[in-house]
Design a binder for this molecule. Structure first.
Ligand SMILES: Nc1ncnc2c1ncn2[C@@H]1O[C@H](COP(=O)(O)OP(=O)(O)OP(=O)(O)O)[C@@H](O)[C@H]1O
Ligand SMILES: [Mg+2]
Length: 441
């Protein structure tokens, strides 16, 4: 019986021993599995204990455990790290930005957690860091080396910026081209309208001019015939007939003169409308200026009969012929003169009778280039507006009265000629446009 009990006891102990061994094996296996998991973690892992001073202020931390990736990402070796303080391993870390000791200390002491991107100066690397505290005074740091990702994203950002810049530039170019197209369109349609009107007027004008000449001839003939009948007409009647003849002669002369003037205007209009498009030719600048000043002046006077202005010319004859596209340059002068006369008319509306509207035209030869000054003593341009007048569609005229394209087209044409156009003005006093043109293109 006693032997039986002993054997049973032995069996029980053996079973206990085997069970213990099995449990230990299972534990070892699971620890191995966890270690493997821990080692193979894609992130670097480090477990630390925070060290505080007498005021509970974090001043350092000690490495308790790290994984393989920690070694890989930081270049630090396990044997140099475990059990050591960070200030010994990475001297100067206490002064680095951001202050990691305080940051980790706060998490460790409050059992909190944080996540952030960090550029770690001592290793010159970017890390994505997660820190949490599993127990007060301890903290785990998991981090990933994102230096390459940052570099790629920075590169991408730069590329996007470059591309955006390129896009902006092409958009700007597109806008400019669009503006130019509008300008060309306006020039073209103005040209077509002008040419159409000029041709329409030309025919009846030819009749007027030709018949005016014929009338002069008929009058001469009549005069001669009456002279031949001199004896048959009494004195009083003769005097009356002579007076009528004088009146008739004067009237036909006026018709003929003004008919010729219209003819000149029509010729200018046709020239301005551009029979030959865009061709440069030797141009007498002074003559062109004079011609367009007249064209504009008569245009204004046709609408405002009582308007008159003194036009003062100071032309430099040494300029000679310069290469321009005359119909385009004529368009510039016409725009500037029209604006000038508008400004003079506006000033007349507000000023007392003492005001004398004036226009000054000056040309000057500077050898390689010439300068043209067109000045009026009209209403001038307010300072804040002066910078905008060359912008397409900028106008101060009431809707329907101005397109605001005059000066922008003019600017375009002058640039096309390799020149520049500037404005000097004083509100209420004067406006002066200065055009500089190269003599040779
Ligand atoms: N000599 C000037 N005196 C005063 N203001 C001027 C003068 N020239 C131009 N401006 C100002 O510049 C603006 C723009 O002129 P721009 O010739 O481009 O257009 P616009 O004359 O208004 O219209 P459009 O020429 O199509 O009839 C004018 O509306 C006017 O306010
Ligand atoms: Mg204008």
């Amino acid at each position: 019986m006693q032997e039986n009990n002993k054997a049973r006891q032995q069996l029980f102990e053996e079973l206990e021993e085997r069970k213990h061994q099995e449990v230990e094996e299972a534990l070892r296996a699971s620890e191995g599995r966890y270690r493997l998991l821990f080692e193979r973690n894609l992130d670097a892992y480090a477990f630390h204990k925070i060290i505080v001073d007498e005021h509970n202020k974090p001043i350092d931390y000690v490495f308790l455990e790290i994984n393989e990736n920690f070694e890989k990402f930081t270049g630090l070796k396990r044997d140099d790290v475990i059990g050591n303080r960070v200030t010994t391993i990475i001297p100067g870390i206490e002064n680095a930005e951001p202050d990691l000791i305080s940051l980790y200390g706060e998490v460790a002491l409050n059992e909190g957690q944080k996540r952030f991107d960090l550029y770690f100066q001592p290793f010159e690397k970017w890390y994505n860091v997660s820190v949490y505290s599993p127990e007060k005074g301890y903290f785990v740091v998991l981090f990933e080396d994102i230096t390459e990702r940052k570099r790629i994203s920075e590169e991408l950002e730069q590329q996007v910026e470059k591309r955006t810049h390129e896009l902006k530039e092409s958009l700007e170019k597109l806008r400019k081209t669009q503006d130019q197209l509008i300008v060309q369109e306006k020039l073209a349609s103005l040209g077509t309208i002008t040419a159409g009107i000029a041709h329409e007027i030309k025919n009846p004008l030819n009749f007027i001019n030709n018949y005016a000449e014929l009338c002069e001839e008929f009058l001469l003939e009549c005069e001669q015939k009456i002279d031949q009948q001199n004896n048959k007409i009494d004195l009083v009647c003769k005097k009356e007939i002579a007076e009528s003849f004088e009146n008739l002669k004067h009237s036909t002369k006026v018709i003929s003169e003004h008919g010729k003037r219209i003819e000149r205007i029509i010729r200018s209009m046709l020239l301005h409308s551009g029979g030959k498009k865009g061709e440069r030719e030797p141009t007498d600048l002074n003559c062109l200026l004079h011609e367009y000043a007249n064209l504009s002046y008569h245009g204004v006077r046709a609408q405002h009969f009582s308007f008159s202005a003194a036009i003062d010319n100071d032309f430099d004859d040494s300029i000679g012929l310069i290469d321009t596209i005359p119909q385009n340059l004529g368009q510039v002068f016409l725009n500037i003169f029209n604006n000038a006369f508008d400004a003079l008319l506006k000033k007349l509306e507000t000023r007392e009778s003492k005001f004398i509207p004036k226009l000054w035209l000056v040309t000057k030869n500077f050898g390689e280039h010439v300068k043209i000054r067109i000045k009026d003593n009209g209403i001038g341009i307010p300072e804040d507006i002066a910078s905008q007048i060359f912008l397409p569609f900028y106008t101060t005229k009431p809707p329907g009265q101005g397109t605001g394209l005059g000066l922008s087209i003019s600017h375009e044409i002058i640039v096309q000629h390799g020149g520049k156009i500037q404005v000097n003005t004083k509100e209420g006093e004067y406006t002066e446009f200065i055009i500089t043109l190269p003599k040779y293109c």
